[in-house]
Write a protein that binds this ligand. Structure first.
Ligand code: 6XA
Ligand code: ZN
Length: 343
């Protein structure tokens, strides 16, 4: 299986994030990608290709024009306001406030186009996010061109980013951009299976009213875990999309037995949908030793995950999402991908 990755994705190199009431060391860091890349080379898994440049058009198929303009102009506006370093929003247009008059001031824009204060943004963030999206798109092109599977080593990740907001370390929704590109390239139906510990709220929101892209997610119950405000079982889609959104929220502490039952239920739903291609939002944070998560998958369970996904028998694009146990990230990732190849 080929991997797609660009050194440009490392340019987003945040120092801090806001969590637990403190300014803490950032966890979504370049070392995540480097350790995965090193393990792929060590395991001899296949070539690592640089992504092609797809430009802005495939991003604009998924994201709002005003949001893309905000990401593009952010650093200029931030520095013109006399700021530097890293930006965090601190005010949001919640219930009863208005989101429609888009503010001029960068502090207002940060609130308008985000949903959390835990996602640092700096000078190189948008360039790195674009490179990450190009990796997903290049992987999609490989799969559309006949490869059985491809791995987009996406970082920064994407599944929390919606059409017009960032958060959860995500700026551009790589999996959604790839899925839409696959549709535009001729796939009639695309399934996205999100196995990250956290609900993929952005991906759900992007496809919620559509029946051509089936979204499924196995994740920690939002009553207990980030992102808290989406990811419940009763969210099944709307309008034409009714029945094409499937959430499997699980209590913290879920081990392979519990977790794989949800995985199997999702795979059955995917089989009935009969997509042309499967996109896997591959979060590695269900791992038992992940520092910010509370599921209990072992390193061997990731091999089992890959093998079960292979049984779907579909052209498959893997898109990296979360996972912060940096030392184990490479092994867990490659276990999944080689488990798929052997399956
Ligand atoms: C709050 C936790 C963000 C979760 C990021 C993640 N700072 N999403 O791993 O999949
Ligand atoms: Zn996650």
């Amino acid at each position: 299986m080929k991997t797609v990755f660009s050194a440009g994705q490392l340019a987003h190199d945040p120092r801090h994030e806001i969590s637990d009431g403190e300014l803490k060391p950032a966890v979504e860091i370049p070392a995540r990608a480097e350790i995965v890349r090193a393990r792929i080379l060590e395991a001899g898994m296949g070539d690592i290709l640089a992504p092609e440049e797809f430009g802005m058009a495939p991003l604009a198929r998924v994201h709002d024009a005003g949001y893309l303009d905000f990401l593009d102009s952010f650093w200029t506006r931030w520095t013109e306001a006399g700021r530097g370093g890293e930006a965090f929003p601190f005010v949001w247009p919640v219930r009863g406030l208005r989101a429609d008059p888009v503010p001029d001031h960068i502090d207002g824009l940060l609130g308008r186009y985000s949903f959390d204060a835990g996602t640092p943004m700096g000078e190189e963030t948008f360039a790195a996010a674009r490179a990450s999206a190009n990796s997903a798109l290049t992987g999609a092109r490989l799969v559309a061109g006949g490869d059985r599977a491809a791995f987009a080593l996406c970082r920064p990740p994407g599944h929390h980013a919606a059409a017009d907001y960032y958060g959860g370390y995500c700026f551009l929704n790589n999996a959604a951009i790839a899925a839409q590109w696959l549709r535009d390239a001729g796939a009639a139906r695309v399934a996205i299976f999100d196995v990250d510990y956290h609900h993929g709220n952005g991906t759900q929101a992007i496809f919620y009213d559509r029946s051509d892209v089936l979204f499924l997610s196995v994740h920690a119950d939002p009553r207990e875990e980030y992102p808290y405000f989406l990811g419940h079982a009763e969210e099944t889609g709307i309008g034409a999309g009714e029945g094409f959104n499937v959430n499997y929220p699980l209590a913290p502490g879920a081990d392979w037995g519990v977790w794989s039952a949800a995985l199997d239920a999702g795979l059955e739903r995917i089989a009935r949908f009969a997509p042309d291609v499967l996109v896997v939002s591959l979060g590695l944070d269900p791992y038992e030793k992940d520092p910010i998560s509370r599921f209990r998958l072992t390193q061997d369970d990731f091999t089992r995950l890959g093998a079960r996904l292979a049984r779907a028998g579909l052209p498959t694009l893997f898109v990296l999402e979360g996972g912060y146990a940096v030392d184990a990230l490479g092994v867990n990732c490659v276990n999944t991908l080689t488990g798929f190849e052997a399956g």
